[in-house]
Design a protein around this ligand. Structure first.
Ligand SMILES: [Zn+2]
Ligand SMILES: [Zn+2]
Length: 571
């Protein structure tokens, strides 16, 4: 599939255009087209060859031409020109939290700053405050942003890594000589941020792999190479490590490459305790009589353990729990029966209510809640009391028309800076689902932010706290909030906490979700979808839930409509 690589080229064009001071509407056109291409269910080349490229939303004559150019030459001349015009260091600057293309462009145009190091120096020499509209606080924030960026290093969020890795996997799987390919390492354990993409393959050796990678995985440099593995840096940024295994030792190699190293060490120690020895590449064998182990499940079985899912192989008590028969039955994607936080055209989403309901029905859901924004979020076309009432009628009409899905009337109400809610109680009482979220005042101190959320939970109509820490993965740290107190109050008031499955958020994270479970707090996994493809992000939230050891019982939207309605009305 060419889609991800082409989408990336369009995103880069959009970013560079903005950095070059060009019309932001034109830049956004590339971004929209990039998103549409990314979501295509088939290879863009096939669509192009059928002559149907103009049918893809957002692709007009000019962009269709660029698609054609890219498909035939693997390049876009316009992109090459833009790359010449904007120094790479200026592009880098946009990775700093709070520095968008607009600011990076001003630093470059007005102060001649071309790298992050120069920007840091300029902040420390108090030069930024000489620019119109900027002050000491801007400088301080930029320095903090640069420090955070350096701490993150080259890590990539799960939601970015997973589709890329799966595309490489799918490409290798089609090669006739390849018998098996699997994701391994942090990726298979679904950690939220990754240092590299890990794959294990059998049927080819590392030397061959290099020439067989798909176009998407353009290699920037080879970091390391030996007889069994190769480690590369891709042009698109992430590192990729592929381990080649012989067919007879495939599962063993995969198991070890999945890790974590703590889990592997603990399992091997247990094996030794049980009188089993590690034999070369073949895995475990009893020292006395030879027994061949054929896979991961058998390995655990041989040790008297149930299968331990990759997501919890962290060496943090899973072995003890398994030995005591206390390993939880982790929630599965097929357990999910609805989505309780989605947006429609009534605020900043792109689906009509009926489209949302149909899309959820197509996923086999029993219910879906439309939770559009409330009035104070004007940038997102938030709903006033009057528009909410009109929307309510619209919801009823959809429900009368469709009998395979229940559209619940929800609201994502803003928690204002003083902790009050953006809509009166009488209005909240009319809704089936109330998600309360913070979208402003992120810079308040821990006391203020914690108080805001606690106060919201005390409201008898608030069912769920949306994206509780406000973080944006790799871009914005969680705001200062005392999750211990929030979880305590959630337990006391019977308020559910959200795992927001948006690839940018994954908020709550695994650690907080597990703490919530232990305190008896219910969790809801929501996609916060603003468009139909985003409904598919549920699996990312599910990864977090599984890493947090959650079961079906812990997750509200695995329950039937009747149970969910009871739950929502009992506070
Ligand atoms: Zn929100
Ligand atoms: Zn939302």
């Amino acid at each position: 599939m060419n889609n991800i690589a082409l989408a990336r080229a369009f995103f880069e064009i959009a970013d560079l255009m903005e950095l070059n001071g060009e019309n932001p509407f034109r830049a956004n056109a590339y971004r929209r087209a990039g998103r549409a291409i990314e979501m295509l269910p088939e290879d863009v080349e096939e669509i192009f060859e059928r002559g149907e490229i103009r049918k893809v939303p957002g692709i007009g004559a000019a962009l269709a031409e660029k698609v054609g150019e890219w498909l035939s030459t693997n390049e876009i001349q316009y992109l090459e020109e833009l790359r010449q015009q904007v120094p790479p260091g200026v592009v880098e600057m946009t990775k700093i939290a709070g520095v968008g293309p607009k600011l990076a462009r001003r630093f470059y145009a007005e102060l001649g700053i071309t790298t992050i190091d120069e920007l840091e120096k300029a902040c420390r020499k108090r030069k930024i405050r000489t620019l119109r509209g900027m002050g000491a606080r801007t400088e301080w924030n930029i320095i903090r942003g640069i420090q955070a960026l350096r701490e993150r290093g080259n890590q990539i969020p799960l939601g970015v890594a997973l589709p890329v890795a799966r595309e490489i996997q799918a490409h290798l799987e089609l090669l006739p000589q390849v018998k098996q390919v699997d994701l391994a390492g942090d990726l298979r354990r679904r950690r939220e941020m990754l240092d590299k993409l890990d794959l294990v393959v059998t049927g080819i050796d590392p030397e061959e792999i290099l020439s067989l990678l798909p176009g998407l995985a353009e290699v920037e440099e080879i970091i390391a190479k030996n007889a069994d593995s190769i480690r590369l840096r891709l042009k698109s940024g992430p590192e990729l490590e592929i381990v080649a295994a012989a067919p007879e030792s495939y599962w063993w190699t995969l198991w070890k490459a999945t890790g974590s190293s703590e889990h592997v060490a603990q399992v091997l120690a247990l094996a030794e305790e049980r009188g089993l020895a590690v034999v070369g590449k073949k895995g475990l064998e009893p020292t006395a009589s030879l027994v061949e182990v054929l896979g991961e499940a058998e390995l655990y079985q041989l040790l008297g353990l149930p299968f331990i899912p990759p997501e919890i192989r962290e060496g943090e008590g899973e072995l003890t729990a398994a030995r005591q028969g206390l390993l939880p039955q982790l929630v599965e994607l097929s357990d999910i029966r609805g989505d309780l936080h989605c947006h429609s055209r009534w605020s900043d989403g792109v689906m009509t209510l009926e489209e949302l309901a149909q899309a959820a029905a197509a996923k086999g859901y029993e219910y879906v809640a439309v939770c559009d924004h409330s009035q104070s979020l004007t940038v997102a076309n938030g709903l006033s009391v009057e528009r909410l009432r009109a929307q309510h009628r619209d919801i009823q009409e959809v429900n009368e028309k469709l009998d395979n899905i229940q559209l619940l009337s929800g609201i994502e109400v803003d928690i204002l800076t003083d902790g009050s809610l953006d809509l009166p109680d009488s209005i909240l009482a009319e809704r089936d689902v109330v998600v309360a979220s913070i979208h402003s005042g992120f810079r308040q101190d821990v006391e203020q932010l914690t108080m805001r959320v606690m106060k919201a939970m005390e409201n008898p109509h608030v069912d769920i706290i949306g994206h509780p820490t406000g973080r944006l993965l790799g871009r914005r740290d969680p705001y200062a909030i005392d999750m211990e107190r929030v979880i305590e109050m959630a337990a006391k008031t019977g308020t559910a906490l959200e795992i927001n499955a948006s690839p940018d958020r994954l908020d709550l994270n695994d650690v907080n979700a597990q703490a919530a479970k232990e305190a008896g707090v219910k969790i809801v996994i929501n996609t916060d979808a603003h468009s139909q493809p985003e409904l598919d992000n549920m699996h990312l939230g599910l990864s977090v839930a599984r890493r947090a050891w959650l079961t079906k019982d812990n997750v509200v939207n695995t329950w039937s409509l009747k149970e969910v309605k009871e739950y929502l009305s009992r506070k």
